[in-house]
Ligand binder design. Structure first.
Ligand code: TTP
Ligand code: MG
Length: 561
């Protein structure tokens, strides 16, 4: 199937301006369709999402972000308008040379497979309770769901959507609390299979991995499509879970391919230059990992770049507008060359770690979280032999405002002590503050060339200096609000004693067992959801109550009476 055939809901650039349908202007991650959502009534979903979120802090934050993005688009437009034909002509020779270099680096001898589990968390829950198999179901809570099964996706329910909106879209939705231990266990089982095909496979998250199957195809004398069939069968036998696979000459394309025939399917893109060029000519830029909402909007709205091949058609303009490193990335995408093949692209620019938690302004708790983050970041850096000079602290306030604060030091750091002390200093300057997320990032590695600007820093340069929001830097995470890998593994690890001081909800007096700290978060989320829903009808309130009542066995707290 051609990638275009699967094109899903578009960004707000595609929607008409508000008018009597204000929801048309509200573009949020909840509207980005995932696999299994192509038949969804987008208009209906958009309206429900708009009606149920308007007035909330999340909604206000989305509007603020949209306004900032508009400003950036305008600045970018002005910048583009200033590019003279002389300037374009000047870039011509260098760009054409670069294209030749990139072409020369194209490697069609490798066969990469990207494997991605289908509706992973939901599928694991279903394996353990088959009665869920025919019901619309999502894993998560009233404030946020991690994923939904394909039955629920038909209603527009998707990952990162608040559970109370999902319940409105699909009143029979069953909500299951996440159990990360289970997902890690099943992930390990899938990895045991991956190892048989490529012992050096690259795990990207709990549910996806890249495998270099070149050697396997050669030694077993079988075609890539057959390897994909075999691997998917092996994964199923081991786990009773289905997965989808994409095969191509590089990782970038293999990832795009694994999504084409989801769920329980596969797509093989032949390692042939012409076939690849044809494929990218129909591939919307947003499908490429690394091109998020912001980059998409800049390229689409200002430069009318929609498909990956348009990046090549507009190569001189791109080169005049973007840094060398970003231009390289865009050209590689336009040529269907994996970033790893393009010289200089493999190098890692930063390493980070972040955690989401219940909003708190307790400086001791914030300090403790920073200590934990510094420790695991330091461990990762030591494992990867990285040392950096810049420490960035990311903060998300309880009102969803994202800020970042950075400090650069003379020497290179990697120890927990150094990271923690710099991060604490940055945090102290912000106190008092109520936060729901903290993150630490180290960059400016020893081997970095500071003259090379990343796309994020470029976009930052053209942005309003007064704007402190670092969302652009997290363009890749534009599927946010999202539990990053780190969050997924740790968000349930609040120690019970954080809550023992107060085991009654201050809002409704409900007793909350300190044995189940995550239930407290759920409970608080429920109040948050109720607050937003007060603007809606009583019926909607009933829907939420029914849904929260569907907690799995073992949950001790029901909805407040
Ligand atoms: P995905 O592979 O993006 O989604 P999925 O496996 O549930 O569905 P499919 O691949 O069939 O489209 O993510 C893998 C898991 O990561 C998912 O099961 C739950 C978790 N996750 C979150 O916690 N938050 C998110 O926003 C997303 C997208 C995923
Ligand atoms: Mg998946």
């Amino acid at each position: 199937m051609a990638p275009q055939a699967q094109d899903r809901a578009g960004g707000s650039s595609e929607v008409a301006a508000g008018g009597d349908k204000p929801w048309h202007c509200y573009d949020t991650v909840f509207l980005n369709a995932k696999a299994g959502m192509s038949g969804v009534d987008k208009e209906k979903v958009q309206k429900v999402v708009y009606e149920m979120s308007k007035g909330s802090r999340y909604f206000e934050n989305e509007q603020r972000k949209e306004a900032i993005l508009q400003q950036r688009i305008e600045k970018f437009r002005e910048q583009a308008a200033k590019i003279s034909t002389t300037k374009l002509a000047e870039t011509k020779a260098a760009v054409d040379r670069r294209i030749l270099e990139l072409e020369a680096s194209r490697n069609l001898d490798k066969t990469w497979m990207h494997v991605d589990m289908d509706a992973f968390y939901a599928a694991v829950e279903t394996v353990e309770d088959v009665s869920l198999s025919c019901k619309p179901m999502a894993v998560g809570g009233m404030s946020m769901i991690c994923t939904a099964n394909y039955e629920a996706r038909k209603f527009g329910v998707r990952a990162a959507m608040p559970g109370f909106i999902a319940c409105k879209l699909c009143p029979d939705l069953v909500l299951i609390k996440p159990n990360f231990e289970k997902y890690t266990h099943y992930s390990e089982l899938t990895r045991q299979v991956f190892r048989l095909y490529d012992k050096n496979f690259i795990a990207r998250s709990l549910d996806e991995a890249y495998l270099d199957i070149t050697e396997f195809c050669r030694t077993e004398s079988i075609a890539p499509a057959e390897v994909a069939e075999r691997l998917r069968k092996d994964v199923f036998e081991k786990t009773k879970l289905t997965c989808s696979a994409g095969v191509a000459a590089n990782r970038l394309l293999a990832k795009v391919c694994s999504d084409i025939n989801k769920p329980n399917g596969q797509f093989v893109l032949e390692s042939d230059r012409e076939k690849i060029m044809e494929f990218v000519s129909k591939l919307p830029i947003r499908k490429v990992s690394g091109i998020g909402k912001v980059t998409e909007r800049l390229l689409k709205d200002v430069l009318s770049i929609n498909m990956c091949s348009d990046l090549i058609e507009n190569r001189y303009l791109i080169s005049a507008l973007f840094s060398t490193i970003s231009t390289d990335f865009f050209l590689s995408v336009g040529l269907g060359i994996g970033a790893s093949e393009a010289p200089h692209e493999e190098q890692r620019k930063s390493i980070s770690n972040e955690r989401t938690f219940s909003p708190t302004s307790d400086a001791n708790i914030l300090g403790k979280i920073l200590g934990d983050l510094a420790e695991s970041l330091s461990e990762d850096m030591i494992k990867e032999n990285l040392q950096g000079r810049t420490l960035t602290l990311k903060l998300k306030t309880s009102t969803f405002e994202v800020r970042s604060r950075a400090v650069s030091v003379q020497h290179f750091i990697s120890s927990k002590k150094e990271i923690e002390s710099l991060a604490i200093k940055l945090l102290k300057a912000e106190l008092p503050i109520s936060l729901r997320l903290l993150g630490v990032r180290v960059s400016q590695f020893k081997e970095d060339d500071p003259s090379q600007k990343s796309i994020a820093s470029f976009l930052k340069d053209i942005s309003d200096a007064a704007v402190k929001d670092d969302d652009l830097e997290h363009d890749y995470d534009e599927q946010t609000p999202y539990l990053s890998d780190t969050d997924r593994d740790t968000s349930c690890k609040h120690t019970a004693d954080q809550w023992t001081q107060d085991d009654r909800c201050s809002l409704c007096g409900e007793r909350i067992s300190s044995e189940y700290p995550t239930l407290r978060q759920e409970h608080e989320d429920f109040h948050f959801a109720l607050k937003i829903q007060q603007q809606d009808s009583v019926n909607q309130l009933e829907v939420s109550k029914r849904s929260i009542g569907k907690r799995p066995a073992g949950s001790k707290n029901g909805p407040p009476g």
